[in-house]
Design a protein around this ligand. Structure first.
Ligand SMILES: [Zn+2]
Ligand SMILES: [Zn+2]
Length: 422
């Protein structure tokens, strides 16, 4: 087998060694692909493409997705899951500017394509973790920002304070997303729950099988436990496998504190785990849940406020109650490229903000009960939900006001929220 140094030796900026070890050129990306020929043959003759052919085709596309390198290392390989949104989003939004029918078609096709590509990616690369959603989200924000700044602001109808308000909120949103990504509360290599020494005695209670509480006197008492399912009478985030609640994580080699969970994508246990957010490719838990909620709220605000500014610019607005402008006459939305691009960007932003709003409302519902998404999921599996929304036997629920107070003050740190310490 050739070493790395020899494999890139003598390659010009556009050449590379492909996954069969042969020298290839990036301009040959569409030539000589056996898997593509087979797939095309089968498609033309209306026969199903075998999964192995699809897998080979996917691998070949991935291998040929390259740009010229300038440091003498040959053509640089790009991640297909990163590059696909970078091309798809501007192209789809550009096509959507053609007319109202194309706008409807493209905005419907984009989420379908998103799910289809992810399924294909998972099936053919056998990988669970992908930067596809992260790249999609980032590219969407960048594209919409460029459209807003170059098209909508170009009409010169937005006041300076309105523009500054939007830019400030957007900056704060990105800042909070970065904070969320940097502060993921991973539990790897921790021998004890975070901040155990600082925890109040009352916060360190152990719930026994008979629902009584006791306070562990030492860290040794916090050893791994296996409890039969029938004895677990409270809502616990740790999954029950083979009829037992097991607190030991064999992947991370640690005793999982209450409310924590192992993430199969991050491959590590996370403190007070809520969920893995694919859009920023990180787990949400104790340390970053607050900044995550702030960024979601700012996203929704920026989205709807940006839509309002765009629509009152593109349509003839009418004033209501002497202070609220509302778009009134919207007959000329496709009159030129600048207007139609602004309108398409607005529709896309409105859809994204609405989806985000639903996610935010769900998060509010959970925070009101001091519940994580993971606990909610477990509660639905174990029939511990009232009206499908409210968890029963939730020992962390300290009342609506207290829950919210705790969330904003401590950001769901486990110093305050660890009630059960099995
Ligand atoms: Zn783990
Ligand atoms: Zn994760």
């Amino acid at each position: 087998m050739k070493g790395h140094a020899s494999s890139t030796e003598g390659l010009c900026c556009c050449e590379y060694e492909n996954n069969q070890g042969e020298k290839s050129h990036i301009l040959a990306c569409c030539c000589d692909c056996e898997a593509f020929d087979q797939a095309a043959d089968r498609c033309i003759t209306c026969r199903q493409v075998p999964p192995e052919t699809m897998e080979r085709l996917f691998k070949t596309i991935e291998d040929r997705c390259r740009v010229p390198g300038i440091l003498g290392q040959g053509a640089i390989k790009l991640r297909l899951d990163v590059i696909v949104p970078v091309i798809t989003i501007p192209v789809c939004l550009f096509l959507a500017t053609i007319g109202p029918v194309m706008t409807a078609v493209m905005l419907t096709m984009m989420p379908i394509f998103l799910l289809w590509f992810y399924r294909m990616w998972k099936r053919n690369t056998k990988k669970d973790r992908t930067l596809f959603f992260y790249s999609w989200g980032l590219m969407s924000v960048v594209t919409i920002f460029v459209v807003f700044e170059s098209c909508v602001v170009g009409f010169r109808e937005i006041l300076l304070w309105e523009h500054l308000l939007l830019l400030t909120a957007m900056f704060l949103m990105l800042y909070n997303f970065v904070r969320t990504k940097l502060n993921t509360p991973y539990l790897k290599n921790l021998k004890r729950p975070r901040n155990f020494e600082k925890m109040n005695q009352s916060d360190r209670r152990i719930v026994n099988a008979d629902d009584t509480f006791k306070v562990p006197m030492s860290l040794e008492e916090m050893t791994a436990v296996e409890l039969p399912e029938s004895d677990v009478k409270w809502l616990d985030s740790r999954p029950i496998t083979d009829g037992k609640l097991v607190t030991w994580c064999q992947h991370c080699n640690l005793n999982k504190p209450p409310r924590s969970g192992h993430c199969n994508l991050c491959k590590v246990c996370v403190s007070v785990r809520d969920h893995h957010c694919v859009w920023i490719d990180t787990c949400i838990g104790a340390d970053n849940h607050r900044s995550f909620i702030i960024s979601m709220m700012l996203f929704v605000f920026c989205g709807y406020y940006g839509c309002h500014l765009s629509m009152t610019t593109l349509c003839t607005p009418k004033m209501y109650f002497d202070w609220f402008l509302f778009p009134n006459d919207c007959r000329f939305l496709y009159i030129d490229f600048q207007t139609s691009a602004s309108f398409v960007g607005t529709c896309y932003t409105f859809l994204a903000s609405t989806i985000m709003l639903f996610g935010l409302i769900f998060q509010f519902l959970l925070i009101s009960q001091n519940l994580t998404s993971q606990e909610f999921h477990i509660a639905s599996q174990r029939n511990m939900l009232r009206h499908g929304l409210f968890a029963t036997k939730n020992v962390y629920n300290q009342g609506f006001i207290h829950n919210w107070f705790n969330f904003w003050l401590t950001g769901r740190k486990d110093t305050r929220t660890s009630v059960i310490t099995l």
